[in-house]
Write a protein that binds this ligand. Sequence first.
Ligand code: ZN
Length: 309
Amino acid sequence: MSRIHISEVGPRDGLQSIARVMPLDAKKAWIAAEAAAGVPEIEVGSFVPPSLLPQMADTAELVAFARGIEGLAVAALVPNLKGAERAIAAGAQKISMPFSMSETHSLKNVRKDHAAVIAEIRAIAALVAAQPEETRPHFEIGLATAFGCTIEGVVSEEAVVRLAVASIEAGAVEVGLSDTTGYANPAQVKRLVRKVKAAVGDSRLNTLHLHNTRGLGLANALAGLDEGITTLDSSLGGLGGCPFAPGASGNIVTEDLVFMLAAMGYETGIDLDKLLKVRAIVAEALPGEPLYGFTPDAGLPLGFGKVAA
Ligand code: ZN
């Protein structure tokens, strides 16, 4: 059975969405426990200016800590060249920069039009290429609002394809598709993955970043797997929630995703019992913060892991 790579984004995406600051020691305990449960990659934080997001001020320390964990791939989000410089100095093995497919969203969020973002990608790619091979990070562009935008509404698939190609031509190693707003549906996921893969090459699109805003997160994940997606971003306990839909998780929930994949026979390398226990660390560090997920509440089904004869 094929292997699916889970990238835990809770310490970045989840924590960035809540105002409270999780203490550094709790973040370290969380990261260490998830790695011990077999999670192969963790996005530990974001190199945004600490004045903008005080929750992310300790990202360099977390990268250094996580690099000490054997076998774990350490990822960080970078908003721009300055962030990429800090991420590389800290030792991040994967850097990913969001690129909003909705130009209005891009102007509002990072005050850059598409041409300016592509120039930034080119500058980061040059910086990455200048690093010695053994410390050169994997440089990925996350195509944000790829399935729809809360400001523009429908986002043109032709535009996504064109900007994916432009990102690769500017020097990104890979592009991923992000359903930032929770607008995606499975038919759309299949269509867009197919179109982007055809344009940039099969090996240049492997990742989906999905949200569960309207309850379609896992259905969208499955649609992606059917089209050859091999990496899925998710967040423990769906931490951070969704600002537009109270009661809905933000990112798809790692525990439910791992349950689905394991039940279907996919390999993730993750021990689900150990993963479920990691929630206690997050719950204790953020008292009162809602944690989402069905599998943690329902428990594993009787006979889970045994194959019917
Ligand atoms: Zn997200």
